[in-house]
Ligand binder design. Structure first.
Ligand code: CAA
Length: 258
């Protein structure tokens, strides 16, 4: 499919989606978010895509929702039109793993998009922030909620109320990102993490994603039960037999997603 605001490549079982509005630091307008949702839905359906990586440019993963697109909107426009809800839902319904490879600015909706991914690998140049307060609004795609779950109330309040940016090192310390690497190595690191995931059984990988995401929603005993039942159900797969046989036979497993 031809996209105008993103570039999509599927190679070696990895779907790489590059946000591509360089003149606006990848600001997220509805066209871009619509294309992103379509590309993700295609990747979900496409057997050739086993892991997804979303990235931006060296300077910006994304500098937020498109301020120029929003500037003249009224309350009725955004409330009745449910601004960003379908776009966020389209991302959150993807069951295959998504890695955010973040270099430069990940601000506002950009930080929120990165947090919608399953984990974030950051370049040492990355800067995260929820600066919506400077615009007379607040985070609108999870920045007051997901960020609080990831970094805790104190840092989330600090970032949301002051609009200050967090550098990559602080973001790693705070638990927002899983790894920080030199900017030059960002894509190698993200693609090799994706390649590792792509080797696994897709059934197992999707079950893990579901279970970890439940940790944010459920009380511990319910979450543990959900995990336990998924763990039990994986014994119904051929891939469990293959994975355990391969270990015993001291060879690499050949998973078939069955
Ligand atoms: N929306 C629209 N355009 C944007 C943009 C955004 N979020 N961020 C940057 N741009 C545009 C700029 O307007 C500029 O375009 P022109 O050349 O046509 O003027 C171009 O991208 C380059 O930006 P700058 O000249 O500002 O670059 P800089 O290096 O001086 O500054 C920056 C970089 C600090 C990231 C600055 O661009 C900035 O502060 N951007 C806005 C960040 C922000 O407030 N994000 C939150 C948006 S609201 C939101 O996301 C709501 C939500 O939760 C859903």
């Amino acid at each position: 499919m031809a996209y105008k605001n993103i570039i999509v490549e599927i190679e070696d079982h990895i779907c790489l989606i590059k946000l591509n509005r360089p003149d606006a630091l990848n600001a997220l307008n509805l066209d871009l978010l619509g294309e992103l949702g379509d590309a993700l839905a295609d990747a979900q359906k496409n057997d050739k895509a086993r892991c997804i990586v979303i990235t931006g440019s060296e300077k910006a993963f994304a500098a937020g929702a498109d301020i120029k697109m929003m500037a003249e909107k009224s309350f009725v426009d955004v409330f009745a039109g449910d601004l960003f809800t379908p776009e966020e839902d389209a991302i959150m319904r993807i069951r295959k793993p998504i890695i955010a490879a973040v270099s430069g600015y990940a601000l506002g909706g950009g930080c929120e998009l990165a947090m919608m991914c399953d984990f974030i690998i950051a370049a040492d140049t990355a800067k995260f922030g929820q600066p919506e307060v400077n615009l007379g609004v607040m985070a609108g795609m999870g920045g007051s909620q997901r960020l609080t779950k990831l970094v805790g109330r104190a840092k989330s309040m600090d970032m949301n109320l002051t609009g200050r940016f967090m550098d990559a090192e602080e973001a790693e310390r705070a638990g927002l990102v899983s790894r920080v690497v030199p900017a030059k190595k960002l894509m190698d690191e993200a693609m090799s993490a994706a390649a590792k995931i792509a080797e696994k059984s897709m059934i197992t990988v999707m079950a893990i994603k579901e279970a970890v995401n439940r940790a944010e929603q459920l009380p511990l005993t319910e979450g543990i039960l959900f995990e336990r039942r998924l763990f039990h159900s994986l014994f119904a797969t051929e891939d469990q037999k293959e994975g355990m046989a391969a270990f015993t036979e001291k060879r690499e497993p050949q998973f078939r997603d069955k």
